[in-house]
Design a protein around this ligand. Sequence first.
Ligand code: PNS
Length: 191
Amino acid sequence: MFQSILFPVRVILFLVLTRKTGGRKDEMFSAVYPGSFDPITLGHLDIIQRASRIVDRLYVTVFPNINKNPLFTVEERVALLKQSTAHLANVSVEHYDGLLINYAREKRITVVIKGLRAVSDFLTEFQMALMNKKMYPELDTIFMMSAAEYSYLSSSIVREIALLGGCVKGLVPMNVEEKLREKMLQKGGTK
Ligand code: PNS
């Protein structure tokens, strides 16, 4: 008799506990999309929009890339990203001055989103994904293929075109176009 009352109590307790602790459905699925975003391009924005439809929260985070000499300050890059993603409610823009794995650990994030344009991206991305996994085994990198129309696009090519007075319309969000024009004037280049 006592056993038959205890059984449903145990079942209810089990269901409540697994929903609270182990059930993936109740957890926020967060991911980080890291980059130097110097500046954000329409290719980046396309990945951000598509990734934001998959995860609950997407952190778009500006990291230092010690191999690159940036055109925009971190604050400018964050501001441009915030303006460009303002329409996406589940996207947060941040910056972090350190290793991606430390950021992910602090945020309890185990998924990194990266865009992959062409075979040329693969080697560096493969190396970074494996190195990050070695340092933080719970961390997985998910690659999203860039849209065909943006597969040739990169921040460095945009910077070069803008600095040499070319037109970047259709390559970057409009706020970035404007900011690039300002930068050009500051640097004393042609409009
Ligand atoms: O837009 P980029 O420059 O291709 O992005 C590269 C970036 C910033 C994602 C990469 O350099 C990075 O992860 N930097 C953070 C520092 C870090 O963790 N470095 C070790 C990588 S294995």
